[in-house]
Ligand binder design. Structure first.
Ligand code: IVH
Length: 682
């Protein structure tokens, strides 16, 4: 018999679907988002992962299923108006001269030909259709005749003009126009994206091209919208108007229509093209996007056309490929870096090697899964790629060169900085050091501890946390509560007032309720909702400290993973020390909020609330804050102990359960009214 009870992950999944639905609406329809893109992305990915695990809950109305056609899981085919050709390659000046000789035999006008040299962007071809100046549809290259319709995704590219030209007074748009361009991600945007992901302990991307490819083929275009894709357009595939006669006029025309176009060089003969190649290779290092060569095009489009096609490549243009920025070297050792977020990131220590004029000694290995997937071993000859400013990375081993002395690599079981055991959750890539006192993570833990949804210590920002840690004044969160004015005054930038304010804010935080303290501890899997549940159940930290896995798993809303995370956390002696110090220093709230010295009206004291469905006037966070500031508790799941269930629009199963248990259902307005009653409940 299957149990009807959802486990904590399934509950989280349903909660995520609902949250994301609200955020989609706020973002795309009301244009009034209440969370950052980054936070949205994290929630979205979390939901994707959970739906992968529980496919039966991946309902058609899930925010992950917002494709152009919600019921399909593939793109629609879109036929190109003409073949979308590729290019032949040349790797040397000699090969370029040979190309010229070949085509001269076909049409002697080649002798007089002029050329345009454009960067060969390392992105993805896109084909864009415009009707009467409006962007109507767009496709990937596909098999050169038929691509995939990715219109919704393309629309999210900010640099793609949705209407051309920008000033219709000056230039009339053709009734029909189809252009070709390259979609890609700039190096600086790519690095920012990865930095953000890394700080969140999430999987980083390997290179801009793959990231761009993955983003363009997202079935949910709102996700594409969050990737920093950009575009350059360089060719007209089809037009109802007469086409410009040359490539440089084409670029100028495209530019006038409002398209982003590449920088190009104009050359009156092939030898001057060849003399420019060095310059382009040099320029390549400074560009904010990756190019893998230049494209040399015969400027006269009629002549180029007349030369015809071999295979799928036109004879009138050729790609000159730069020497690859990939080299082989020995991977001497795999080491592990512990990031600010506690994520362990493996990197390769290399036998130093020069790539594009730079000596490379280290390269990233992304994550431990990558090492395993590629079977990278210590001692291997590995291929290293360095493109532009992108941090060099290991592409993979050259297995043919193995001697048998290479050593298999095992991810560390303990943190290389503090030696405490590391933690990994099924289905996640990252391994974490979760030791609260690990030097590498200290700052992050303290930052989390003082943050708004945890102990909310106003004025203690990241910079200050860093300063206090670096000066050796704090090494655990408990040390915050033994800071004194004298030592603070010695710090740079501290005056009388600043020191007093900080100490006062820290003192105030002792009054925070127990659920906030539990959140603040940073136990894996224990956010605000679970903290509320634990608070309800245990009422003080001693009791929670003594809980067994079985006890925890028996609490509705706590699944095996969370239970284990809690047990692991309390099992660490370093964490026990922190707890003890917190208690000694008076940071030890118990459930009864009035006893902890909080004053003021507490109309909801001792009452527990569960929220379900979409709220109209408040965000969930606002509502939680409201309830909590009135002394109430918010928990994640409905039980017989729940006092009220706040029912919003399209409530989930929580409402059904509340009805079943005969609990009080309450609306948003009624709840606000309840809070505003000044009489304290007896
Ligand atoms: S012209 C018939 N120009 O390179 C015209 N292609 O290896 C063929 N590419 O599939 C394309 N930058 O995706 C052209 N400035 C540029 C380009 C470019 C990048 C890509 C394009 C093509 C591939 C050919």
């Amino acid at each position: 018999m299957g149990s009807m009870k959802y486990n904590s992950e399934q509950q989280r999944l349903i909660e995520l679907q609902q949250m994301l639905r609200i955020h989609n609406h706020r973002y795309f329809i009301l244009n009034d988002p209440v969370i950052s893109d980054y936070k949205y992305d994290r929630l979205y990915r979390e939901l994707l992962e959970l739906e992968e695990k529980y496919p039966s809950l991946k309902t058609p109305d899930s925010p992950t299923q917002r494709a152009g056609s919600p019921s399909s899981d593939a793109f629609v085919r879109l036929e190109h108006p003409g073949p979308i050709l590729s290019l032949d390659n040349a790797f040397s000046a000699e090969e370029l001269r040979a190309w010229l000789q070949r085509i001269y035999k076909l049409d002697q006008r080649v002798d007089q030909a002029e050329f345009v040299v454009e960067p060969k962007l390392d992105g993805l071809t896109v084909v864009l259709h415009y009707e009467n100046g409006l962007f109507t549809k767009g496709a990937t290259r596909g098999n050169s005749e038929i691509g995939e319709d990715i219109t919704d995704n393309l629309r999210t590219i900010r640099s793609l003009p949705l209407r051309i030209p920008p000033d219709p007074e000056r230039l009339a748009p053709p009734q029909r126009l189809v252009v070709r361009g390259e979609a890609f991600i700039r190096i600086s945007d790519f690095e920012n994206l990865n930095r953000t992901l890394e700080e969140a302990g999430e999987r980083t991307y390997v290179n801009p091209r793959n990231t761009a490819a993955g983003s363009l083929r997202q079935l949910d275009s709102s996700l594409t919208a969050k990737r920093p894709l950009t575009l350059l357009v360089y060719q007209i595939v089809d037009s109802s108007d007469q086409l410009p006669a040359t490539q440089n006029e084409t670029i100028t025309y495209l530019e006038q229509l409002g398209f982003p176009t590449p920088d190009y060089d104009y050359c009156s003969n092939l030898e001057s093209v060849i003399s420019l190649l060095d310059k382009w290779e040099h320029r390549r290092q400074k560009l904010d996007y990756e190019i893998d060569g230049v494209v040399i095009k015969i400027n006269d489009l009629e002549l180029a056309d007349n030369l015809g096609i071999v295979g799928k490549a036109p004879r009138g243009a050729i790609a000159y490929k730069f020497p690859a920025q990939v080299v082989n070297t020995t991977l001497e050792e795999i080491r592990v870096n512990v990031g600010r977020t506690g994520v362990l990131t493996p990197y390769a220590v290399l036998e130093p090697v020069e790539i594009g004029g730079v000596t490379v000694k280290q390269a990233t290995l992304h994550n431990f899964d990558f090492i395993q997937e590629k079977d990278i071993r210590e001692g291997d000859q590995v291929m290293i790629k360095r493109a532009g400013e992108v941090i060099p990375y290991v592409m993979g081993p050259v297995k043919e060169l193995r001697t048998g002395k290479e050593e298999l690599y095992k991810p560390p079981t303990s943190c290389p900085v503090c030696r405490e055991p590391v933690d990994h959750h099924e289905g996640e890539v990252a391994w974490y050091c979760v030791n609260l006192s690990c030097e590498a993570q200290l700052i992050r833990n303290i930052e989390h501890f003082v943050s708004r949804t945890a102990m909310d210590i106003v004025g203690l920002g990241f910079k200050l946390v860093e300063q206090l840690t670096n000066e050796g004044l704090i090494s655990t969160v408990a040390d915050l509560y033994s800071l004194n004015k004298e030592e603070l005054m010695k710090l740079e930038g501290f005056g009388d007032k600043k020191a007093d304010n900080l100490l006062e804010a820290i003192k105030q935080s002792k009054n925070q309720p127990l659920d906030r303290l539990i959140t603040a501890l940073g136990i894996r899997g224990v956010g605000e909702v679970v903290s509320g549940t634990l608070t309800n159940h245990y009422q003080d930290l001693h009791a929670l400290n003594q809980a067994t896995v079985e006890d925890l798993e028996n609490i509705p809303g706590i699944g095996p993973n969370i239970a284990q995370g809690i047990i692991d956390w309390f099992n660490r002696s370093s964490n026990q020390e922190v707890l003890q110090k917190l208690q000694e220093r008076g940071v030890w709230p118990t459930l009864d909020i009035n006893e902890t010295g909080v004053t003021g009206d507490q109309p909801l004291a001792d009452l527990s609330f569960v929220l379900t469905g979409k709220l109209q006037k408040h965000t969930r966070q606002e509502m939680k804050d409201l309830i909590q500031s009135a002394g109430g508790r918010v928990t994640g799941s409905v039980s017989a102990k729940t006092n009220y269930v706040l029912v919003g629009e399209n409530p989930g199963s929580k409402r059904d359960k509340a009805v079943e248990l005969n609990l009080n259902l309450i609306s948003e307005d009624e709840l606000v009214e309840l809070i505003n009653k000044t009489t304290t409940r007896k």
